[in-house]
Design a protein around this ligand. Sequence first.
Ligand SMILES: O=C(O)[C@H](O)[C@@H](O)[C@H](O)[C@H](O)COP(=O)(O)O
Length: 238
Amino acid sequence: MIADPRWHRFATPEQLADRFAGDMADFLKIAISQRGQALLAVSGGTTPAAFFRALSTHDLPWTDVTVVPVDERFVPTTSERSNEKLIRQNLLVNKAAAARFTPLYHDVADISDAAKLADRAVTDLPLPFDVVVLGMGGDGHTASFFPDSPELTGAIDPAASHHVLAVTAPSADEPRLTLTLPVLLSAGLIALHIEGAEKHSLLETVLAEPHPREKPIGAVLLHAAKPLDIYWAPKKGE
Ligand SMILES: O=C(O)[C@H](O)[C@@H](O)[C@H](O)[C@H](O)COP(=O)(O)O
């Protein structure tokens, strides 16, 4: 049974970015006040850049915050496809430049070695995450849980023993490293940031009938112990 999500709807992506950044900054401040530090996992892709830039300007004890990618393309951090590059250029700037960062990408030949290194680094963090920010693709994937991935079952296994897995998928442009479902679900707050009418409609469909293997966002919705916060705005011109 899915816990009814909390929808936060905005007229424009700019208004969403400003309010979303303020809400996440407030939650990170609470986490820091309660446990002296905060763990923030963020997704990549094309949607979050404005939110990252807005969050980077907020005044909070960034030296007590560790930022981790929810998932990563197995590409050098100089690549335009790199989520680490996106995060470093848009979030780890301004006041947030003082934050710590734990990468998933490691410059090794074999992605399974990178996954092992990333899994060890994430395991060594003071888990659970305080905030996880997810995106969603038009096929209903989130993180790197792709419907056509042979590793999907392992990645969305609620009892997965690893925190990071290497995954591949014909629909993904490159091999990926992804946090697994349990480590995402253990977060204090899970926010889903999507924009556009198409994604809104897709999510409404999944909320009505979750198919974790067809629409992997459904695995998050089904197994989340608390409601997700969904931040949505129409795309420009919609
Ligand atoms: O590495 C990635 O691409 C993301 O982590 C991925 O899960 C993303 O959130 C969705 O693919 C949505 O991407 P867009 O924001 O580009 O639509």
